[in-house]
Design a protein around this ligand. Structure first.
Ligand SMILES: Cc1ncc(COP(=O)(O)O)c(C=O)c1O
Length: 409
């Protein structure tokens, strides 16, 4: 047989096979290694995942077996890239109930919110584009922006969420035209702060003035324990092209890896094309388990149970901090109305990383603030998550934290 030239494109790195691209992951896993340094007895305020008790409330074994018995092997076949039709309907229906103007075809089911963030980057960003993001902010998203070649403008967060006026000033001073604004509007990771209604409006106006898109990633919005709900940015500004990301990870089962993105259906088509080279579709079984859970009609009651569970943990965390750290000069923390996190500030100049070393020796863990930024300095702050420990262990963990603090102060 005659030899033909193989029809492959040239390897752009053929002379440099050892070169690997720089890929950013979670700064938390990468740089801190808390998991490796904790023992079974460690009280972990480091975890951003749901509590084990919350996962047990779901009745997963029965849901999975119902789906498999009823649907057989088709529950384990490939799914449509955009998502199981019934699940797209559920997401669209829930979003309409929250005031978003959404049709079935405006929804794409993703492998968690995190994949949705990556799909947004693939569709909207070019190398060199600027993304305006919260600082401190969701570390994995900051890494995703950088992996797509974007530059990140870190903007401070205060008690009303992203400081939109500061963003405007920084953009003006730098003569920067951003491509995207990325926010976690409710009970933000890592501070627990919520973007106020006025700031939501100001954010959309600022983005419009730059021709930039707003992306809201809202895993924690349902977990409100006090105060009044603020409508989603996409609900407040229906014709402004806001992209909304959500997930079943914090209120259902994170291991199923089921989340979603809502956008104009032309954008959704492009995201589906991008997803085809990633995983072809989100796992069929996981999607059908989510559908089965919804069919049974107990979602609102389940979320109420989660609010009771985490609301009690948050109240216990707040009380323990007040009791144990009330007299510690220069230590302060905020007062989130929902979600998993408190943001604790240490006295100026005290290193949260150094404190972590001592804390692990005392049997307690948290995530130092510098894990949530690229350039900005949050080294004297830490993320304190109430999700994992039981109520008694929250008290014990805060007492241990004080022992570690006293060794450093
Ligand atoms: C703001 C934010 N977005 C997304 C995620 C990840 O969600 P998922 O498990 O759906 O990928 C998290 C989880 O920590 C988060 O805090």
């Amino acid at each position: 047989m005659a030899m033909t030239t193989p029809m492959v494109s040239r390897d752009p790195q053929s002379n440099d096979r050892d070169r690997l691209n720089a890929v950013h992951g979670s700064f938390i896993d990468e740089t801190i290694g808390i998991v490796a340094r904790q023992t079974r007895d460690t009280v972990s305020f480091a975890v951003g995942a749901p509590a084990h008790e919350a996962l047990d409330l779901v009745g997963a074994a029965d849901l999975v077996s119902t789906v498999i018995h009823r649907e057989g092997a088709s529950a384990l076949g490939y799914a449509i890239t955009e998502g199981e039709p019934e699940l797209r309907d559920i997401v669209a229906h829930d979003a309409r109930a929250r005031g978003l103007n959404v049709k079935h075809e405006d929804v794409l089911v993703s492998a968690g919110a995190l994949q949705a963030v990556d799909l947004v980057c693939r569709v909207f960003l070019k190398p060199g584009d600027v993304v305006v993001a919260e600082s401190p902010g969701f570390a994995n998203a900051l890494s995703a922006f950088r992996n797509h070649g974007a530059r990140v403008l870190e903007v401070p967060v205060d008690s009303e969420g992203l400081d939109v006026a500061a963003a405007a000033r920084l953009l003006r001073a730098g003569g920067i035209r951003p491509r995207m604004f990325f926010v976690v509007p409710n009970f933000q990771n890592p501070t627990g702060e919520t973007l106020s209604h006025a700031r939501r409006d100001a954010l959309v106006a600022l983005a419009a003035s730059h021709g930039a898109i707003v992306v809201e990633d809202d895993p924690y919005g349902l977990l409100r324990y006090r105060g009044k709900e603020i409508p989603a940015i996409a609900a407040l500004h229906p014709h402004s092209g806001v992209v909304s990301i959500g997930t079943f990870s914090k209120t259902f089962l994170p291991g199923l890896r089921v989340g979603w993105v809502i956008s104009d259906h032309e954008v959704i088509k492009r995201m589906a094309a991008a997803k085809q080279t990633m995983d072809s579709s989100t796992g069929t079984l996981g999607q059908r388990v989510v559908v089965e859970f919804h069919r049974r009609g107990g979602v609102a009651a389940h979320v109420d149970k989660l609010r009771a569970l985490y609301g009690a943990k948050q109240a216990r965390g707040r009380a323990a901090l007040q009791r144990v750290f009330g007299d510690a000069k220069g230590v302060s923390w905020n007062d989130p109305q929902g979600g998993f996190y408190f943001w604790l500030k240490l006295p100026q100049g005290m290193s949260a990383r150094t404190l972590l070393g001592l804390a692990l020796e005392e049997g307690v863990a948290f995530v130092p603030g510098d894990a949530f930024a690229i350039e900005q300095d949050h080294g004297s702050a830490l993320r304190f998550s109430i999700s994992a420990p039981t109520l008694d262990r929250i008290d014990e963990g805060v007492t241990r934290l004080r022992r570690a603090y006293d060794r450093l102060a």
